[in-house]
Design a protein around this ligand. Structure first.
Ligand code: NAP
Length: 285
């Protein structure tokens, strides 16, 4: 009989990452993060409040800019240019989604790539693609930290990523490739998804569809990373049927898995950006 999977404790690991960041922030001195929220999307307010609480808890000075929903584009771009030029600002986060009259691509491209602690700027995406990552999005970075912490070796493993978004699917595929996994990327047009997932030593599900990965689609003894956040009347659920834990070796729970790691890694990025701006060779040194 196989043993049930060991659950990967993202909450505990995120607390450990925050402790690491706090110690380094204390050593480095003033580190500043500015968040920009346009409009009044309730979910965005919750996310921004969470980021501020986390930043403050590690000693990062968090500056909370909130603009009205009808802010004109030139005003937003002007504000971002000001933050780029402000020496007290190490990291800038533009909370997405922006109201529909604002172009998200333009806003992200207006950021100084060295202050783009979400890692969404084309320069940061391009560096990751080239295998010379600098600031990498928090969710994929958090996944790599989880694998490392639990001694799960990507080298030589078959990693299957379901989802190809720019914030999760593509960057995690690149990080796994860089860590010498053999990577398959699946998406909505993939024919016979289970054929691919059943061969995965490391399976990353980043789809946003409740239990799209059935328990019978998971390889025995594999590692399952569930990025999905599907809100239902009964609570928050992932993309993977929790029954997969019966035969996986490691699995992330939802909630308490990938979610808490994301903000912690954005704090780590803010620290890395601050170090780079103070003359350390690269954000990763
Ligand atoms: P997204 O931009 O909507 O991308 C979803 C991806 O899933 C797309 O590439 C899509 O394929 C693919 N897909 C859709 N239906 C599919 C199916 N039936 N079979 C296979 N692939 C399918 O979403 P995202 O931003 O990457 O987020 C994915 C999930 O992760 C969401 O639930 C989100 O809430 C969650 N998330 C969690 C965190 C966290 O911190 N825990 C962070 C970010 C996101 P196409 O490209 O062909 O459309």
């Amino acid at each position: 009989m196989s043993m049930p999977a060991q659950m990967i404790d993202g909450k505990a690991l995120a607390a450990k990452v925050r402790e690491e960041v706090a110690a380094e922030v204390a050593e480095l001195g003033d580190v500043g993060l500015t968040t920009v929220l346009v409009g009044d999307d309730p979910a965005s307010h919750v996310y921004i409040n969470g980021k501020h609480k986390a930043a403050t808890s590690v000693g990062i000075h968090a500056n909370d800019l909130r603009l009205p929903a009808d802010t004109p584009e030139d005003e937003l771009l002007g504000l971002l240019a000001g933050l780029n030029a402000d020496d007290a600002v190490d990291g800038i986060l533009v909370q997405l989604p922006l109201p529909s009259h604002l172009d998200e691509t333009k806003a992200i491209e207006a950021l100084d790539p060295g202050k783009d602690v979400d890692g969404f700027h084309p320069v940061n995406a391009g560096r990751l693609y080239l295998g010379r990552p600098n600031l990498v999005p928090g969710t994929p970075l958090g996944i790599m930290r989880m694998l490392d912490e639990y001694g799960i070796e990507p080298r030589g493993a078959h990693a299957v990523v379901v989802g190809r978004s720019s914030i999760v699917g593509k960057p995690i595929a690149h990080l796994l490739l860089q860590a010498h996994a053999t990577v398959t990327i699946c998406h909505s047009r993939t024919v016979d998804l289970g054929r691919h997932t059943r061969d995965a030593d490391i399976l990353v599900a980043a789809v946003g569809r409740l239990h799209v990965i059935g328990a019978d689609m998971v390889k025995p003894g594999s590692t399952v990373i569930d990025v999905g956040m599907n809100r239902t009347e009964d609570g928050l659920f992932g993309d993977v049927d929790p029954a997969a834990a019966e035969h996986a070796a490691y699995m992330t729970p939802v909630p308490g898995g990938v979610g808490p790691m994301t903000i912690a890694m954005v704090l780590k990025n803010t620290l890395a950006a601050a170090r780079a701006r103070r003359g350390f060779v690269s954000a990763r040194d």
